[in-house]
Each structure stands twice: as C-alpha cells, then as structure tokens.
Design a protein around this ligand. Structure first.
Ligand code: NDP
Length: 449
C-alpha cells in the first residue's frame, strides 16, 4: 500500500546504517538527505577533525625527534594543501556512502524531508509514504546569546574549512569539541585561548582526568581561561575582539563557539505529526527508539541519548533488525567507551569516581601517574595518567580512565573487559605487554589511600 517500507530522514551514520540493513533484510527503503550523505561524522565531525588532529600532531613529533638524534627543521606549514587533501578524502568517503546505499538498493532522495503524517513525508514537492519513518537528522552547533558571538564566531563546521591558517584563535567552551579543536589549533602553532565557565574542562569526565587534562593542555601551550564567560565579541577589520567577564579583552583572528550542539528537529513537521519533543528539542524515544507516534522512530544525536557515532550506528542497526530482520533487540547505553582526541588524548569507559562512590557502598581506586618511556629521550615533560575504579564488594572494575598517548586505542580493549564484567583480579592475572604504557592497567597493585 505504501511507496516504501521505511523512509529515513538523514543520511548520517545512524540513518545510513538503518537504511542499508533494512534493505538487506528485504525492506523497500528511501533515505532523504538535504546535504551530503555521510552526515556529521563523515562530513563535519569525527573524520575531518581526526585528519586535522593527525596533521597537527606532527609539530610535537618533530620537537620530540631531536632527543632521538634527528636534526629536524620544520619549514612552515601549507594550510590550504591540508584543507584540500582533507576535502578530497571527504569526497571519496561521500562517494563510498553513496555507493553503499546504491548497492544495498536504497533510494537516495536529495532534498529536505518533512513529516506530514504518521506514514507520510513530503520531499521536493511530492508526498511519499511508508510503513515506518525514521528520523536521523543529528544535531547542529548552538551558540549562546552573547552580544556579537553569533555574528562573529565560527563553529566546528567552519573551523574545518578555514581557507587560511589563523594566527590566533579563542575557543569558547570546554567540552569534547572545544578541547579537541584547541589541541588542533595549538598543534599547528596557532596561539590558542580556551575560555570556559567551569573551573576545569570536560565536565562529566572523572575529576582526576579533568585535572590532568587541564595541566596537559596548558603544558602543550594552550592558554586556559577557567571560570570565564564571554560578554561581547566585536569585529575590527578581520580581527575579533572578545571581552571576557573578568574585564580582559583578547584580540584574535578567530573566535570559535564550541558551546554544545542542539538536536535538528526544527521545521521537520514533528510536532504537527504528534511526535513528542523534550525541552532541548530532542525527540523522546523508548528503548526501541520508537517515538510517541507508533510508526515513527528516531536514532542518533537527534534523540540526545549519547551523541557518539558508534552509538547512532548501533541504534540504527538494532532498529533495522527489529523492524525487518525478525530479531527485535535494543542497544545498551551502559558502559559506552569514548575518547577525546586532544593532545595527549583521553580514553574513558564506565563510571567516574564520583558516580561509583554514589552507586556503591565501597569502592577501591587505583591510580598511576608516570612519565612515558618515549618522553625520556625527547625530554617532553608530560605525565600519563591512568585510573581504575573497582566496586570493593564484587571486585568488579566499574570504571577505567586514561590520559596519555594512544588512550583511545587502549580504552577500546579495556572497554571489552569492563563490558564482560572483569574483576580487578582478572586485570591482575593478565600479563602485561612490555614495554607499553597500557601494561600499567594490569600492574596497578596498591590502592590509592
Ligand atoms: P559538550 O556538551 O560536550 O560541551 C559544551 C561546552 O560548552 C561545555 O564546556 C559547556 O560548559 C559549554 N557551554 C554550554 N553552554 C554554554 C553557555 N551558554 N555559555 C558558556 N559555555 C557554555 O558539547 P560539544 O559541542 O563539545 O560536543 C557535543 C557532543 O558531541 C559531545 O557531548 C559528544 O557526545 C560528541 N562528540 C564526541 C567526540 C568524540 O567522541 N571524540 C568529539 C566531538 C563531539 P559546561 O560544561 O559548564 O556546561
């Protein structure tokens, strides 16, 4: 009766996965995208961010190389060449996304879709219908109401496409995006200010990690302005003048607002269709990703559950299996590992110490802070920090956190152990791989007093 079994609005990570897997299960699927297939992660987020992060890390590598006998002369940096190489890679990935959809038999409709009813969507002036509709429209940077900020600041969208390398940047905020971009700018030799209202960056992370991270970011040369808000931003030619609440003024080439992201739900026709939204505009869903309208679902950042690409992919895949694969299942949002790609990076899984102290009668905490072997010859003064949080009664490791080189890579494996319910005794029984930093996770013997 319907044109399709599933119409997906948004060809980002969650929407594409749901489309492909649904089609593989035999469903007739259309996916509507108003921008470029790939979405935030591939086009405006994780992928270009990580490419710039790789690029920015070479300055520290070059500095470290001297201690190992290399005579390295860094002869400037060709910013337009980097942006152009990054753009070519994104074009390639967008092409892959398009062919993944095409090969799966999914119809890609380029345009803006709006929901017109429980089973109908309007796109490019025509109405199409489906048994199920999935909203996977992601999120968008939000800018607080500070005079001049919206007019004169860039967001992560523009920061990835700057035509020239700025000499100085003020990054406003201290969440994932703020600290990652501050690290990128700083790595490229750009004078970088991080202005944030809290006393430490990365609210929500373990307090020790926040503390170590602030030290490490400052140690790398980022100028931290904790406990500060912006009161006004003005333009003076191509410069930006930012007034801080402590009365100081910063004259910089760019101000970047990294003050959070809001779900993309405006103008999608959701309220009219009866889809319940939360106070931040997020789509309210149940554990099956079903909205208040039985035939309409939502996955990914637009639901504001956990705004991470692999979570959106898992939600999209589970929905496709549930609707069309005869295998109804839900995604656990518990113990989701994540990394912050600062320099040095952070990896984290499970509870923070504060959360564990609240959840359990007694916890045992193990920490280790050491100078990584690579720093000995390079002379870099930067500590690696690791922390394990154990529920004392069961001996289960309920949280693991790290700041140091390769933290994201290391934490993926630790995440498996935590999900599997590994105990501290299991960690202790694991032989270390020597010499690595990761072995410290299996050799922490003495609890913190
Ligand atoms: P976050 O919510 O992580 O951080 C927002 C920052 O902006 C916080 O420091 C917050 O301060 C500050 N802020 C918010 N409102 C204001 C305001 N009105 N005035 C001043 N400061 C303000 O958002 P991001 O945009 O950095 O990232 C969005 C999400 O994207 C993340 O939560 C994460 O899930 C995902 N992401 C993941 C990455 C990864 O996995 N590596 C990388 C990038 C993004 P305060 O803490 O005081 O509230």
């Amino acid at each position: 009766m319907h044109d399709f079994d599933l119409i997906v609005i948004g060809a980002g990570s969650g929407g594409v996965r749901a489309s492909r897997i649904s089609a593989r299960h035999g469903a007739r699927v259309a996916v509507i995208e108003e921008s470029r297939p790939g979405g935030t992660c591939v086009i405006r987020g994780c992928v270009p961010k990580k490419l710039l992060m790789y690029g920015s890390a070479f300055s520290a590598d070059a500095a470290d190389a001297a201690g190992y006998g290399w005579r390295v002369t860094v002869d400037g940096h060709d910013w337009p060449a980097l942006i152009s190489a990054k753009d070519s890679e994104l074009d390639r990935l967008e092409g892959i996304y398009r062919s993944l959809l095409g090969n799966a038999g999914v119809e890609l409709i380029e345009g803006r879709g709006t929901v017109t009813g429980p089973h109908s969507v309007s796109v490019n002036g025509r109405e199409i219908t489906a048994g199920h509709i999935l909203i996977a429209t992601g999120g968008w940077p939000q800018i607080p109401d500070v005079p001049g900020l919206a007019d004169h600041a860039i967001t992560s969208n523009e920061a990835l496409d700057l035509p020239d390398r700025p000499d100085s940047v003020l990054v406003y905020g201290a969440g994932y995006i703020a600290v990652e971009f501050a690290s990128i700018f700083n790595g490229f030799g750009i004078e970088t200010h991080l202005v944030y209202r809290g006393d430490l960056p990365l609210r929500g992370f373990d307090e020790d990690i926040r503390l170590q991270s602030a030290e490490a970011l400052a140690g790398r040369g980022i100028i931290l302005h904790p406990g500060c808000t912006l009161t006004e931003v003005t333009a003076a030619g191509d410069r930006r003048i930012a007034a801080l609440c402590n009365g100081s003024r910063l004259d910089v080439a760019q101000v970047m607002a990294a003050t959070g992201r809001a779900p993309n739900t405006a103008g999608l026709g959701l309220e009219a269709a009866g889809v319940e939204l939360g106070r931040g505009g997020e789509i309210i869903v149940n554990p099956d990703s079903r909205t208040s309208v039985a035939s309409i679902y939502a996955v990914g950042d637009v639901t504001d559950r956990i705004a991470l690409t692999p979570v959106a992919i898992a939600e999209g895949h589970a929905l496709a299996d549930s609707l069309f694969g005869g295998r109804p299942r839900q995604v656990s949002h518990h113990n989701v590992p994540s990394a912050v790609f600062t320099q040095p990076p952070i990896g984290s899984v499970g509870m923070t110490e504060a959360q564990a102290a609240k959840a359990f009668d007694k916890i045992t905490v193990f920490t280790s802070k050491f100078n990584a072997m690579k720093n000995t010859l390079s002379g870099r003064s930067e500590k690696t920090f690791m922390k394990l949080i154990v529920e004392t009664a069961t001996d289960k490791v309920v949280g693991a956190h790290m700041l140091g080189p390769d933290a994201g890579e290391i934490m993926q494996g630790i995440g498996v152990a935590v999900i599997a319910g590994a105990t501290k005794a299991d960690f202790d029984a694991t032989i270390g791989i020597h010499p690595t930093a990761a072995e410290e996770f299996v050799t922490m013997r003495t609890p913190r007093a």
